[in-house]
Design a protein around this ligand. Structure first.
Ligand code: PFF
Length: 452
């Protein structure tokens, strides 16, 4: 029988490790394995990596700590948390809940693709194709199929729902404890396999050698958006999860560990993908389809191809699932606590709403492709709007809120666990949150609006 942990009437997660695994479960996702490699590929490889790591350390880490502090201080959902700390700032919580909802709109779709690809890898259906062009054809036929991608999208949403319905401890915490170690194990096995591949050196050089000639100001916004997306910050996921942390959880260690794990997974995903891609002489910058077209064809040339490709797509499914769970929880906790729905009803409302949006997004890359918003189909529009606009704005407002508006004592109590941990980091944090982060975020925004 599991023992229920409660603190001030709120469910809390078990030990230290649980906080790290649950938050890392949210962070490590399709953003690391599907999105990071093609974005790095499109934006100059190693040069992008350098800028990305700078964004993670200087902006991502302080912001994660800021969100952790807000969540654990208020101990409620994102909207309620900002409202409890300052009634005028509930808007920031709404930006987060809405962003979580919209991200699920396209995230469930890609998650569905990964599930379908895993099944196809296992049944050996991919083994019939011989050229990259055939894989491309197969991918396009699949995502434009009228109902197959929908089926997998719905199944993925239901799987997420099932875990959320089990609750914070038995659903979210238990699944993270099971799935995250599995994910690391699989990722390490795939990395070793990739490093042993003949001709893989070129892929590693591409990933690690910086070529700054490809860097433009918009690269920095892309890196920033990717860092926030990958770390799950700027929308209240970490607020929501930290609301379940224990009073003695060390927020800085947790944030540091999550940030390191997340970045490590992104880099290792690059190590898995680029040497494989270069070993068969394909250009890496092939956009979002890198993982669904290039990789299956790369796997196909290898001995035991079915095994490697099944394991790779299993990795994606696992990574996606722990992230969809966190996004779902942001919306579910909000509906449950603010609208006073039962948790069950809140979870169903979230599942129904996000599945409806994901259905439209899925059709928008297929049958409804003619239907454009600002020149983008719904799927791309949801990705662009959330990662490049809502998350950076959420991040900017979060550092202004925590740096300038939030009562200093509240922040200090959270960061130092009521004075039981040293103060040094708190001082650095406050400078970053007050001056550095808002300044950089504003500059990047204004620059991208063409102000300079
Ligand atoms: N961090 C997840 C990923 O990298 O795939 C995506 C994500 C989850 C973004 C949760 C935002 C979020 F709140």
């Amino acid at each position: 029988m599991t023992h229920d942990h409660h603190s001030h009437g709120r469910v809390t997660l078990g030990g230290k490790l649980s906080a790290v695994l649950v938050a890392a479960g949210s962070s490590v996702g399709l953003g690391n394995i599907w999105r990071f490699p093609y974005i790095a590929g499109d934006n100059g490889g190693g040069a992008f990596l350098v800028i990305y790591i700078a964004c993670v350390l200087l902006l991502g880490l302080p912001l994660m700590l800021a969100e952790f502090s807000v969540g654990r201080a208020a101990r409620c959902n994102a909207v309620g948390a900002y409202r409890a700390l300052n009634p005028k700032w509930s808007l920031l919580g709404y930006n987060g809940v809405l962003a979580a909802f919209l991200i699920l709109g396209f995230y469930f779709v890609v998650s569905g693709w990964t599930a379908e690809y895993m099944v196809h890898s296992i049944t050996g259906e991919f083994a019939h194709y011989t050229s990259a062009a055939e894989y491309q054809g197969a991918f396009e036929r699949f995502i434009t199929h009228p109902w197959r991608p929908l089926l997998y999208t719905v199944l993925f949403a239901l799987a997420t729902h099932a875990i959320i319905a089990l609750g914070v401890q038995k659903g979210i915490e238990r699944s993270a404890k099971l799935l995250m170690p599995l994910l690391f194990f699989v990722l390490i096995a795939l990395s070793i396999h990739s490093l042993l591949m003949p001709g893989g050196g070129e892929g590693l050089r591409f990933l690690f050698r910086p070529d700054f000639s490809k860097v433009t100001p918009s690269t920095i916004l892309v890196a920033l958006g990717q860092a926030f997306f990958s770390l799950s910050i700027g929308l209240g996921t970490m607020v929501t999860y930290a609301s379940y942390f224990k009073p003695d959880t060390n927020l800085r260690h947790t944030a540091l560990n999550v940030t390191i794990l997340d970045t490590l997974v992104a880099v290792l995903a690059g190590v898995v993908i680029f040497p494989a891609v270069f070993s068969v002489g394909i250009e890496p910058s092939s956009g979002p389809s890198l993982v669904f077209i290039t990789l299956p064809s790369v796997f196909n040339g290898m001995p035991l191809s079915m095994v490697w490709s099944s394991v790779f797509f299993l990795l994606l499914v696992v990574a996606a699932l722990t992230s969809t769970i966190s996004l779902h929880e942001v919306v579910t906790a909000y509906l449950h606590e603010e609208w006073h729905l039962s948790r069950r009803a809140a979870a169903w409302a979230t599942t129904a709403g996000t599945t409806a949006l994901a259905t439209l997004a899925s059709l928008s890359v297929g049958v409804l492709n003619g239907w454009k918003i600002f020149g983008l189909n719904l799927f791309d529009a949801l990705d662009y709007l959330t990662a490049n606009i809502m998350l950076p704005i959420g991040g900017l407002l979060t550092c202004i809120f925590v740096g300038w508006v939030l009562d200093r004592q509240t922040l200090r109590d959270q960061i130092t666990n009521h004075g039981t941990l040293p103060f040094r980091i708190y001082r650095v944090l406050i400078v970053l949150l007050r001056y550095f982060c808002p300044a950089i975020l504003l500059l990047v925004f204004l620059d991208n609006l063409g102000i300079f």
